[in-house]
Design a protein. Structure first.
Length: 263
């Protein structure tokens, strides 16, 4: 098998993974806590799920105003990997128009349903691809959280460049990337085996009492040198970071599409 063909198969496998979660367990697919399994999703748990999104958006906007632009008030926003709408809904309450981008058709339908249920009418949700071909216009804010980690870095870098393309001058990006796995060498070897021999992961699911067909969520480490080079090359020179730790070390990069003189 050629390297190119192998990469294509890996891409399709990843996309199929998210369609599985979108149709079988969409809220768990967004936040991997057993509290958000389909079997546990009571109205109270669903309210907690969406309240976590509201709190997150409040924190993000506070950091932007404190560190990048005190007067920042986005009218248009894009959330890449929007899932079931956990973040597009609170964004829609502060923006004129929000675009959600999502690979799973089932999650798109669930997000649209959630918007209708919460009386949100200023959200457009489109199907994702590597060039964001369904995205039109430009945005004051582009955002993605706990999404790129599930995308192979070569694809992720292509998407990053496209997100910067649709960001307006002086607009703000807030994007999270994982860069270091905390797994032991033995655990890394096991995860590699699961990735290349899915039947092993299926039997692991049986032992843990999980659905036999539930796929492995791909986790990836990004080379931050390459990420920051893309930001510098594209004129996103004002940057700040926050560290994340969800069993992998990561960072959220807060950046403004604004060139500055180099030292």
């Amino acid at each position: 098998m050629s390297l190119i063909k192998g990469a294509e198969l890996s891409t399709k496998d990843t996309d199929r993974t998210w369609e599985y979660y979108g149709s079988a367990d969409p809220y768990y697919g967004v936040l991997t806590s057993d509290d958000y399994r389909r079997t546990a999703m009571t109205p109270d748990m669903k309210a907690k799920f969406f309240d976590s999104g509201r709190q997150y958006v409040d924190v993000v906007l506070g950091i932007i105003k404190a560190e990048l632009d005190v007067s920042f008030q986005p009218k248009t926003a894009l959330d890449f990997g929007c899932g079931v709408g956990r973040l597009v809904i609170p964004l829609a309450k502060i923006c004129t128009q929000v675009t959600g981008v999502e690979i799973s058709a089932s999650m798109i339908e669930e997000a649209k349903k959630n918007c209708r249920e919460q009386g949100i009418s200023n959200v457009s949700i489109v199907k994702s691809d590597d060039t964001l071909s369904q995205v039109s216009g430009s945005f004051d804010l582009v955002h993605s959280y706990i999404v790129f980690q599930h995308i192979a870095p070569d694809r992720g870098e292509t998407i990053l460049r496209r997100l910067i393309d649709v960001l307006r001058g002086d607009g703000v990006g807030v994007l999270q990337f994982t860069y270091f796995s905390k797994n032991t060498p033995t655990r890394k070897l096991l995860m590699r085996a699961y990735k290349h021999m899915p039947f092993m992961y299926s039997f692991r699911n049986l032992l843990k009492g999980r659905p036999f067909r539930e796929p492995l969520m791909q986790m990836n480490e990004y080379n931050l040198n390459r990420i920051f080079r893309i930001l510098q090359d594209t004129g996103c020179h004002r940057c700040g970071i926050r560290f994340t730790d969800h069993n992998m070390y990561g960072i959220i990069i807060f950046f403004q599409k604004k060139r500055q003189d180099m030292l």
